[in-house]
Design a protein around this ligand. Structure first.
Ligand code: INI
Length: 154
């Protein structure tokens, strides 16, 4: 069987990381996780661009601009949406997820979802370098695999 899958190399890869500042203590850990993953896999730190936006709601629009710039091989979207007392969480999480998904489905380059949606701060911390790993690192790994796959014929 012919198998088509991406390799995990960061060499010569130009990656945009779009991260929100809301819940900064979580987002900064996600960004560091993504950066660490990309550099450990051979990406040059100078080839990485961090685009910061106020909140997760702003991520899809900024990611779209990064895609349209033609400067990057992939865009990694990072943010943290933590459940509050209202239904705001559900609306925001759904809007951001749909926004990133619709961009990912039409983008010529991989757009990766690394937004943590958590019940509380503890759960978010666990997923941002705590006991449940680091979603930023995971998203960056996905970006590397999908960049390589994107360059292959199916
Ligand atoms: N933005 C987040 O990234 N995470 C949140 O948990 C959050 N909450 O809970 O309100 C949040 N709100 C801000 C939102 O993303 C926009 O920045 C704001 O509505 C302006 O458009």
């Amino acid at each position: 069987m012919r198998i088509v899958e991406g390799k995990l190399s960061g060499a010569n890869r130009k990656v945009a990381v779009v991260s929100s500042r809301f819940n900064e203590f979580i987002c900064s850990r996600l960004v560091e996780g993504a950066r660490d993953c990309l550099v450990r896999h051979g990406a040059a730190d100078a080839d990485l661009t961090l685009i910061r936006v106020p909140g997760a709601f702003e991520i899809p629009a900024a990611a779209r601009k990064a895609v349209d710039s033609g400067k990057f091989d992939a865009v990694v979207c990072l943010g943290a949406i933590i459940r509050g007392e209202t239904t705001h969480y559900e609306h925001l999480a759904a809007a951001v997820t749909k926004g990133i998904a619709s961009l990912a489905f039409t983008s010529p380059i991989p757009v990766v979802y690394g937004v943590v949606t958590a019940e509380n701060v503890e759960q978010a911390t666990d997923r941002a370098g705590g006991k449940a790993g680091n979603r930023g690192w995971d998203a960056a790994m996905t970006a590397l695999e999908m960049i390589d796959l994107n360059g292959q014929k199916p």
